[in-house]
Unconditional design. Structure first.
Ligand code: SAH
Length: 404
């Protein structure tokens, strides 16, 4: 059957010509043919000129996710080529077969709706859209041929699937089931990852470069200052920032998170790498908002504070509330940094722009009565590229601040 044709409203072609990957329902003038959900459609102007090709979902406000802007077939060899291109850009991160990194970053790798992460011998796939969900077995086969994992596990347990008319799904997609815990190596440190139940696909791979930065700063402190470094690692999850600090010789690492399971894994990760330094670490289950206030009233201070909260704004209408949350925790965090110390502060809310985030952090600083310098603007590592045509892809931002 011939591919259906979707005609764009006159005047609404521009984002498509600029290669933004989403076609919203309001931009659609007509659909000719009767595509099934997930089928490929050809997108044209009113005059029938080819614009792009993508997959269709009548249940989503994003009616088409575009795959190509050339009039070429999107067949098995097309998917093969795109996956190989994404994988090749990460070849330097493999560390043999032990490393953890993102292989496919969805829209940002021009494969809308598809996330693939690697943890050692296993791949974890998230099918975020109907078009990908329908093809996930085919994609798993291609990935298996390309990357030779022992198994591919699906973690499509993400709420945004409901906007696509999809249910949450998890399970083995290809090959062997993963073990309860996978040991992944990052910069020589071993991390246990629970790919079946952990957050996202098991680990915050996007913070790798920033963990490395923490390790560098701690190492620098150890060589230039007489006293030993203390780190307050807030929203610690499985303690990744803390372990990198410990590796560089931090004297005290305090991890705070609300999740008991995450903290248990954090403690096991310390024991796996530095059993002899375990007594330098604390794992505190609690609410960071309250913990910060208590620490301030006790007059505690640290050489370094890492503030890596979860996504406070799920969408644009939650931005206001998110900003007051960011302000509160940053205000207290500033007050906990020793003069001359470091604050690394992050936001992973896509709806909060880097500019806006910096403004809120500035507001928090002003209220804290402290002074600070931006030493670096932080973002995700190079396995999480952002397509220049897709600003929505830039969700993670942070600041390295020297606090005076
Ligand atoms: N820094 C971590 C990732 C943090 S993700 C890393 O590098 O791996 C956010 C974490 O915040 C999650 O582990 C979640 O359990 C925790 N969390 C969410 N709300 C919280 C709260 N109010 N207080 C403490 N922890 C919270």
């Amino acid at each position: 059957m011939a591919e259906a044709v979707l005609v764009i409203q006159p005047g609404r072609e521009k984002p498509i010509l600029h290669r933004h990957p989403w076609v919203f329902s309001r931009a659609v003038a007509a659909v000719y043919g009767s595509p099934e959900p997930g089928d490929l459609v050809t997108v044209t102007t009113q005059d029938g000129a080819f614009l792009a090709r993508g997959y269709w979902n009548p249940h989503s406000q994003i009616r088409v996710r575009l795959l190509t802007w050339q009039d070429e077939p999107v067949d098995e060899s097309w998917w093969q080529r795109m996956l190989a291109q994404a994988a090749a850009a990460r070849a330097h991160l493999s560390q043999g077969r032990t490393g953890g990194f993102r292989v496919v970053n969805a829209e940002n790798d021009f494969l809308p709706g598809l996330v693939v992460d690697r943890y050692g011998d296993f791949l974890v796939m998230q099918a975020l859209t109907l078009g990908i969900d329908r093809r996930k077995n085919q994609l798993a086969d291609i990935l298996a041929g390309l990357l030779q994992p022992d198994g591919i596990y699906e973690r499509s347990d993400v709420d945004i699937r409901s906007k696509e008319g999809l249910k949450l799904e998890t399970g083995v997609l290809w090959g062997q089931p993963p073990p309860e815990r996978i040991v992944m190596i990052e910069d020589g440190l071993r991390f246990q990852v629970d790919i079946r139940r952990g957050h996202k696909t098991g680990f915050y791979l996007d913070q790798r470069e920033n963990r490395r930065l923490v390790q560098e700063l701690v190492a620098r402190h150890q060589t230039t200052q007489s006293d030993d470094l203390s780190l307050l690692n807030l929203f610690s999850y499985t303690g990744s920032f803390g372990l990198h600090a410990l590796a560089a010789g931090a004297a005290r690492v305090i991890n705070v998170d609300s999740s008991r399971e995450a903290l248990e894994l954090a403690e096991q990760n310390v024991l796996l790498n530095y059993p002899e330094r375990a007594d330098r670490c604390k794992f505190i289950q609690g609410n960071v908002f309250r913990y910060l206030r208590d620490q301030v009233s006790e007059g505690q201070q640290y050489d370094m504070v890492v503030l890596d909260p979860p996504k406070f704004a799920q969408s644009a209408n939650q931005v206001e509330k998110a900003l007051s949350g960011y302000k509160d925790i940053n205000w207290n965090a500033f007050r906990l940094v020793k003069p001359g110390g470091w604050l690394l502060t992050f936001s992973c809310s896509g709806a909060v722009s880097p500019d806006l985030f910096q403004k809120v952090v500035f507001g928090a600083l002003a209220d804290s009565g402290r002074q600070a310098q931006v030493v670096r603007h932080l973002g995700p590592g190079d396995d999480h590229p952002v397509a220049l045509t897709f600003p929505e892809g830039a969700y993670l931002k942070g600041l390295l601040l020297r606090v005076l």
